[in-house]
Design a protein around this ligand. Structure first.
Ligand SMILES: [Zn+2]
Length: 108
């Protein structure tokens, strides 16, 4: 399975990415499963940058994601709820703090 990213900033160890809705939750990713990471900003080609291992998949409202987890967000500007909401809203249109999202944790 391939996860597509707008930002290709990752760090060693645990990273998280936050996806709107439950689509990714329902894909049935299993901890330990290998996923492919693709970086593809709008208007640019898909570039596979590597693979990672799924650590966990969690459904949550954005406002209830633990702050201890937010610090593992792969994109530094999204490590606060405000930054995350701003970044998601830029791409997806308005995203509210009470929206359901899927948090995917993956190990690099
Ligand atoms: Zn892609």
């Amino acid at each position: 399975m391939t996860l597509h990213f707008i930002s290709g900033t990752f760090h060693p160890g645990l990273n998280i990415t936050v996806r709107r809705g439950l689509e990714w939750f329902r894909k049935g990713l299993i901890p330990g499963q290998t996923i492919t990471l693709c970086v593809c900003p709008p208007g640019q080609d898909h570039t596979v940058v590597g693979q990672a291992r799924v650590a966990f998949v969690m459904a949550a409202q954005i406002e209830t994601i633990p702050d201890e987890l937010m610090k593992y967000e792969h994109e530094p500007s999204c490590r606060t709820k405000e930054g995350l909401l701003a970044a998601m809203s830029r791409v997806l249109g308005e995203v509210r703090a009470d929206e359901i999202v899927t948090v995917i944790g993956f190990e690099m």
